[in-house]
Design a protein around this ligand. Structure first.
Ligand SMILES: [Zn+2]
Length: 833
């Protein structure tokens, strides 16, 4: 569809170049009043101007052109396209003009547009914040504007606020004028030319760290009053990322300053507003002493992700929303690159392998989608913010980087950003730059990964590499899985020598390297691998010689093969036993997930057999590692320890582990890395009074991580009465940003999940009215665990086909298909026990 034929896109006969926005938010009454002056260029004379406005009361416009002032009638609105149209009595001539519009609005509670957030400080006092979230199409809720990424302009913001509140926007404050009535007007300098979805402002009782200077740029962390003691890690990681990216891209930071702001109510992880990045509190504020490594990694990763966007996204922006995948995939890839450089000992690329595998678990379903697809309405855009965009997209870029070489890839990126700075691009612009830098057929190769869904199964058998599409089962209707890819396959021999670069297409490739041969050398390929009999025999006695990510990939591929019915449970166990005494949380995590799903699938005494196998695999590891960290064991080992504790304590009902978990819970000795597992084991025992203690500790938590830890852990109690109480609190007490996820986790609870699903189905309309539309999909995350009861599965399917979720329905369909895959797996597994 061309720009001009898409009814959701604005005409281009009037083009904005700069905005001056004046806003007066009243936090007490949750309203705001505003005025906007927009310098425009009329490229074709017209008597009508249409721009975006949503949930605003907008007055008539005036337009000054060549010393004549034109007045419009009251605007007419189009609800479907979110537009306001101003009609003028006369034709406005071509040339420069200034449009002026006054408006009022409401600070909503939907976590989009200009919205309200609240928090209670350490003294128990309630505070209100006004903040913004405009991506993808919600700037139109705060002021009338051309709310499309390709209408780039400069933005000058003026906020009139109570004098006791702080106010921030994308660029530095230039003046603050006391109005003498308890209010002041804060003026910010004009931004660089950028898209409307990146504009931001925040007003409230905030405090800030002293600016850190990074290559001449002032960086601060801003937080709700009283939380400064949690800002140190964000300061350090933020400064690291800022410097890292100016070097990697070879372009100075494009903004004038960089503030990282923690917001108490926030729907996603963070938002890359140029110069004023907003975060969910748990993604920015952290206590390094009491947090887990996973939580620290998450903070570092989110900060690196958002900082990468300052260039990739903010400086160079997609032309229209179908390009959002590249924006997010790239930031996901760059976040890992940056965090890996920040803390090499965290082995972030091995961790990234877990994310890739999670994406492939969706991508192996017939209801997957191509990474890029045509986007017409803003609602279509919402469906693009999913695991296939972030994790599969990021993995495809990592595969490409490893194939082209890290320096060549980086040079291509630099070329792309320099060529398109301050502009808009389509996906192929990036491939062109990478082709120029590498001389490789990047566009042809990437088209097979981006424009079709699914991924291949690469087989090395009888000395030849071949490919076929990977799928968990037969397609029952149309399949989005493609047929053939141009696969960059890296191979190496365990006997040494260099890594070979193969580009596998339709024709088999002969591999002449000495055996044993590792396919997917380095472990960055976005495909599943299968070995022929001889190749597998040769490799199987050398599993300990693989690199860590190669080993993790082998276990993940084996688990995928089991789910797809290619191999037996016994064959999977053999691979798992090959892990021996490796202290690697990633592959062991895969084994634990497999065991947990198997436990749901089995019946009666079959559980005893499984428990015996679990003990045989996991208990020796736990005996070796013990409860407490040993000197020199490294930062990652506690993750494995945590995994062993929850698997042995919950699935195997290990009494000694259960007793020690209770002891540590009662004395509140919850080491950050083990806390989540200890709480899981305690909740599993469902002792009277513990749920109330979880709630109490959630309410009195002093860090965002501690708060979330208890909030998520309440979903583990195997008790219907507790589940009912949690549901009630999700509708009445918990923050809207958290409640949908807790409900989703509750549906994945193996004891009460299906009952919870029924209760939520009964209250679906109430949920729709209570939670933001973009968060509703979280209520459905437990569906893939409903693998035992075909009748229930039918009911679940019927319900979600008649209660669809717009742009997120595709994700729901994937969960439903995943449930069917699980049912087939469960039936097959019961035959094997
Ligand atoms: Zn992002």
């Amino acid at each position: 569809m061309t720009t001009s034929s898409n009814p959701y896109r604005l005409a281009r006969h009037v083009i904005p170049s700069s905005y001056r926005i004046f806003l007066t938010p009243d936090l007490e009454s949750a309203t705001f009043a505003g005025r906007v002056e927009i310098d425009v260029v009329v490229t074709q004379s017209t008597s009508q101007v249409t721009l975006h406005a949503l949930d605003l009361v907008v007055g008539a416009a005036t337009l000054s052109s060549q010393s004549v002032t034109y007045r419009s009638s009251e605007p007419t609105y189009n609800e479907q396209y979110n537009t306001a149209t101003f009609a003028f009595d006369e034709e406005i001539p071509e040339g420069e003009a200034t449009l002026e519009i006054a408006f009022t609005g409401v600070l909503n509670d939907l976590l989009v547009g200009f919205y309200r957030s609240t928090f209670i400080d350490a003294e128990g006092q309630n505070h209100v914040i006004a903040t913004t979230q405009f991506e993808h199409s919600d700037a139109r809720r705060a002021f009338p504007c051309w709310d499309e990424p390709s209408f780039k302009a400069t933005w000058q913001i003026n906020l009139t606020v109570p004098t006791h509140l702080a106010a921030y926007s994308n660029s530095p404050e230039t003046s603050s004028t006391d109005l003498g009535n308890g209010w002041r007007t804060v003026t910010f300098s004009p931004t660089m030319i950028m898209s409307s979805y990146l504009v931001a402002f925040v007003v409230g009782p905030f405090e800030e760290t002293a600016p850190v200077e990074v290559d001449g740029v002032a960086m601060r962390v801003i937080y709700p009053r009283g939380k400064g003691h949690l800002a140190a890690m964000a300061e350090e990681a933020g400064a690291f990322a800022l410097h890292f990216f100016s070097e990697y891209f070879d372009i100075p930071y494009p903004g004038d300053k960089l503030d990282q702001v923690a917001i108490p109510d926030f729907s996603f992880g963070a938002m890359e507003n140029l110069g004023l990045v907003t975060y969910r509190e748990s993604a920015l504020l952290i206590d390094p002493e009491t947090s887990s490594l996973l939580e620290r990694q998450r903070v570092a990763e989110v900060i690196c992700h958002e900082t990468a966007h300052m260039w990739f996204g903010d400086l160079v922006t997609m032309e229209w929303w179908e390009g959002i995948w590249l924006n997010e995939a790239f930031a996901t890839f760059m976040a890992t690159l940056c965090a890996d450089s920040y803390k090499p000992e965290w082995k972030m690329w091995v961790d990234f392998g877990i994310d890739r595998d999670a994406a492939l678990q969706i991508d192996g379903l017939h209801s997957t989608r191509p990474i890029e697809y045509e986007v017409i309405s803003p609602d279509d855009t919402r469906g693009m913010f999913d695991i296939l965009t972030y994790q599969k997209g990021g993995s495809v870029l990592r595969m490409l980087e490893q194939y082209l070489g890290e320096t060549v890839f980086r040079d291509g990126i630099r070329r792309y950003l320099k060529k398109h700075a301050y502009g808009n691009t389509v996906t192929t612009d990036l491939w062109d730059s990478l082709e120029e830098a590498s001389g490789q057929p990047v566009r042809e190769m990437m088209n097979t990964w981006i424009l079709q869904g699914g991924h291949p199964l690469v087989t090395l058998s009888e000395g030849h590499l071949t490919q076929q599409p990977f799928a968990y089962g037969e397609a029952t209707s149309e399949s989005a899985i493609g047929s053939q890819w141009l696969v960059p396959v890296l191979t190496r021999s365990l006997q040494g020598g260099s890594t070979e670069r193969n580009l596998l297409g339709a024709q088999p490739i002969e591999i002449t390297t000495a055996s044993p041969v590792v396919v997917n050398a380095g472990g960055s390929g976005v495909y599943r691998t299968r070995y022929g009999h001889d190749e597998l025999v040769s490799l199987s006695t050398h599993i300990e010689e693989l690199e860590e990510l190669e080993r993790a990939t082998l276990v993940a591929d084996s688990w995928a093969g089991l789910l797809a019915g290619h191999i037996t449970w016994e064959a999977f166990l053999t691979t798992a036993r090959g892990l021996g005494q490796q202290n690697e949380p990633n592959p062991w995590g895969t084994v634990a997930s497999a065991v947990a799903l198997a436990h749901r699938a089995l019946e009666g005494t079959q559980h005893d057999t499984l428990v015996a196998q679990v003990k045989e695999l996991f208990a020796p590891q736990f005996t070796r590692l013990g409860w407490d960290a040993q000197p020199g064991e490294g930062e990652l080992t506690p993750q494995l320890r945590a995994n062993l504790i929850s698997t042995l304590g919950v699935i195997a009902n290990d009494e000694a582990i259960q007793a020690e978990a209770v002891r540590r819970f009662e004395t509140n000795e919850l080491d950050g890395d083990l806390a989540r597992s200890i709480l899981r084991v305690v909740a599993h025992q469902n002792r009277p009074g513990d749920y109330e203690i979880f709630l109490e500790r959630y309410r009195s938590a002093t860090t965002p991580q501690d708060e979330l830890r208890y909030l998520y852990a309440i979903s583990d109690f195997p008790d219907l009465k507790i589940a009912r109480d949690i549901i009630k609190r999700c509708f009445e007490e918990f923050r809207v940003q958290d409640a949908p996820m807790i409900l989703g986790l509750l549906t994945a609870n193996s004891a009460v999940g299906t009952d919870v699903w029924r209760m939520l189905a009964d209250r679906w309309d109430e949920a729709l009215a209570s939670f933001p539309p973009s968060l509703m999909v979280r209520l459905t995350v437990g569906i893939p665990t409903f693998i035992k009861d075909p009748t229930l599965a039918d009911a679940v399917e019927v319900f979600h086909h008649t209660h669809t979720l717009g742009g997120d329905q595709r994700t729901v369909e994937q969960y439903l298909e995943r449930m069917r895959v699980g049912l087939a797996f469960a039936a097959a597994l019961r035959e094997q026990f």
